[in-house]
Design a binder for this molecule. Structure first.
Ligand SMILES: Cc1cc2nc3c(=O)[nH]c(=O)nc-3n(C[C@H](O)[C@H](O)[C@H](O)COP(=O)(O)O)c2cc1C
Length: 337
């Protein structure tokens, strides 16, 4: 069965890649992923906050160059690159690259305009085959409009793109009011790919301690549906590769993602829960399903149920919302026995 695919110009033996996670922090786990058959590995993110903190730490040094940050690339390594955190990230990226022969995707995570975008080029120099830019953002300011947030994201993408030669993919949140239009703007700004979606970690309220607690739950397959809808909407409409992240746990999840238009499929929770043996398992499930349905390659499958090819595109739209709500009858009454 031909499962090969192209994502961000990278030739992959199949679409399943390890999404950004702590796994690349341990080289044994990295080798385990490659031995388990993963097609590519995404590094955990280097965060804007990590970079900015280091830059503030070396304020005295930077002060002299305050208005000349555009020439930063030439003196940046002297500024602070040896700080732990930053250098550790780049060093680990180099080690991961050396440890495996599959593509390694770097990850940069930030939302405000600033000098941190320069680190895209350091990630490239450290050997990343592509860069994933995670625009994780929570709009909490009552005076900042959606248009301002989108403008800022577009500007960051353009700035990062300007600094690298490797392909750039942008990991998005599902909470943009006009996603297709925003996606088009990102593509014009230079994004070669989009990753749908970031998974937000919702804090919980601790009713004993009367406090807000961070909570990180791993995902489940139903979370994939939000991604499937938007993959299907964007697929085939923009000159970008599409990747899905969130809720991929089985071979059928993989098949659905490809049918909705994904060029690659990312997995994190399932790998953290089950280890690298999960990779072979889901690929086997995908292959069996494709054989059963008489598909001979992934290409035949890709996008066959996207918005353009779906026999009933309304199923992806508002009309279906009404139909689903109207068709719901009653929950069977609780039995007393
Ligand atoms: C422990 C953990 C760490 C993560 N670290 C990052 C990260 O550094 N950067 C990033 O973009 N996403 C990160 N993610 C999000 C994942 O890449 C992924 O988008 C999310 O878990 C949804 O995919 P899944 O359903 O396969 O888990 C992390 C997720 C987990 C569970």
């Amino acid at each position: 069965m031909d499962l090969s695919t192209k994502y961000l110009g990278l030739q992959l033996k199949h679409p399943l890649i390890a999404g950004a996670s702590p796994l690349p922090d341990d080289l044994d786990k990295v080798r385990g992923l490659e031995d388990g058959g993963i097609a590519a590995i995404t590094m955990y993110s280097l965060f804007e906050e990590q970079i900015t903190q280091n830059l503030i730490g070396s304020e005295a040094h930077i002060g002299a160059y305050e208005n000349s940050f555009s020439e930063a690339a030439s003196y940046f390594p002297e500024v602070d690159l040896l700080e732990r955190g930053l250098e550790a990230y780049l060093e680990q990226l180099r080690r991961v690259k050396e440890a495996v022969s599959i593509p390694v995707i770097g990850s940069l995570n930030g939302t405000r305009e600033g000098e941190w975008v320069y680190y895209a080029s350091f990630i490239e120099e450290a050997g990343a085959d592509a860069l994933e830019l995670n625009l994780y953002f929570l709009a909490t300011d009552f005076d900042v409009t959606a248009a301002e947030i989108e403008d800022r994201c577009v500007s960051i993408v353009a700035q990062v793109k300007d600094r690298i030669e490797i392909p750039l993919t942008v990991k998005l949140s599902p909470f943009f009011t006009a996603l297709p239009h925003f996606a088009k703007r990102l593509s014009h700004a230079g994004a070669d790919g989009l990753v749908l979606f970031n998974r937000f970690y919702q804090p919980d309220i601790d009713t004993d301690e009367l406090d807000v607690r961070p909570a990180l739950d791993l995902s489940h397959s139903p979370e994939l549906r939000l991604r499937l809808r938007w993959l299907a909407m964007l697929s085939g409409q923009l000159p970008v590769d599409l990747s899905v992240s969130g809720g991929v746990h089985t071979g059928l999840d993989l098949a659905k993602s490809i049918m909705a238009g994904a060029d690659s499929v990312q997995m994190v929770s399932a790998l953290l829960m089950n280890g690298p043996q999960k990779i072979g398992q889901v690929l086997k499930e995908l292959t069996h399903w494709m054989e059963d349905k008489e598909y001979s390659s992934l290409e035949e499958l890709r996008g066959c149920l996207n918005y353009q090819h779906c026999p009933d595109p309304e199923a992806l739209e508002r009309a279906n919302y009404m139909r689903v709500l109207k068709s719901f009858r009653t929950i069977p009454s609780h039995r007393k026995d």
